[in-house]
Structure formats: structure tokens, C-alpha cells
Ligand binder design. Sequence first.
Ligand code: FES
Length: 224
Amino acid sequence: MVTTSPTNGAGFDASVLAELREITTRYPQARSALLPMLHLVQSVEGRVTSRGIEACADILGISAAEVSGVATFYTMYKRRPVGEYHVGVCTNTLCAVMGGDEIFERLKDHLDVGNDETTDDGRITLEHLECNAACDYAPVMMVNWEFMDNQTPESATRLVDDLREGKEVRSTRGPRICTWREAERVLAGFPDDRADEGPAAGPASLLGLQIARENGWTAPRQRP
Ligand code: FES
């Protein structure tokens, strides 16, 4: 049930409430919109706040506890303020052995923060990530969910220094790095103009396909 009570939103601007409601119209069942709605809350608040939870609950006609249950289950939803750039280092098995652990330790020392902590200037939040399904480019980092492939401790420290100095930084796959809040807005389903910057897949990901084509291999046909 979608409600439009004037008490909705616990103090959000009317434009934010309108966008939260707009998201619900994309789905046959309004409550399916909760995940992108929480991303929109993060784009406005810098994290999932209590008033964001209440606004989502009011609009969807569900309880704040149900919204909280979702917001605390998925690691992409943050209850503490995130810096301008969320820097993730994959420390899952392949990336770890290829140098991810070393990168993460180097960045912790360099930035003087621990896991899930933000630098004093509010620019960088550091977090170790699980597998990003980009193992063919290990060790992999992500900045605001854009890939930074084949990293080293040296390239990683250069990267965070450039971000802190306000230089333009691009993903190793092409797109410009935007702020975390801007990225959260995209995840809420309000695209920016960066989607076509860079290729859809790089050579390492396409190598298996190339080998199969060179050898004339095809996938087995499915039985009817
Ligand atoms: S283990 Fe790091 S991307 Fe898969």
C-alpha cells in the first residue's frame, strides 16, 4: 500500500519525498522499491538515517523495523556517515593472495584509519570488501562502486592522495569518479551521464570467449 500522508518523511524536502514515491511506481509491488529508496536516502543524508527509515516505512506502509531489517542486512547501506569517497579494497581469497591484504594494510597506515572509518577531513572512508566478481583483474579496489583494477600498494596510495587533493580520477575502466552521494543517486535509479564512459567488459573478462571462438567451441545445447 502506498500512502501519501502529509506527515510522511519526518522533515524531508518535498522533492525528496516525491522522488521516493516515484521509485515505488517502478514496481508492481511498491515495497519492492525499498532497496533503491534506501540508496536515495543515502544520497541525501550520507547514510541511512532514522528519518530516512521512517520516510520509507511511511511511504510503503510497512514498519520501521522492517525497513531497518533490510538496511542492516546489506553492507552497501551505511548507518555511519560515509566520506566523499568510499574506497573499498577486496580482501577476498584471490585478491588477498594477489596483494589485496597488503594494499588494505598500506591504506590503513597511510590514511590513519581502520576498517569502515573515515579520514578526519571527511574525504575517504576505507572498507575491506568481499569478492566484487572481478577476480580476473585482481587485486581489485572500488571507489564509489567504480572498479580500480590491478592495483598495487603504490597505485592505491596515489589514488587516495589524488582523491583527497580533489584531482579528477577515473576508473581504470573509464568512467569519471563522482562523489559517493552522486553514486548513491545513480543506484537509486536516477542515472547521470557517465554510463557510457568506458567499455562494458575488458580483455581479461573476454579471454575465455576469445579462446572458445578461436577453437570453435560452443555451449552444449539444452535438451528440450
Ligand atoms: S576475490 Fe577480489 S574480485 Fe573476486
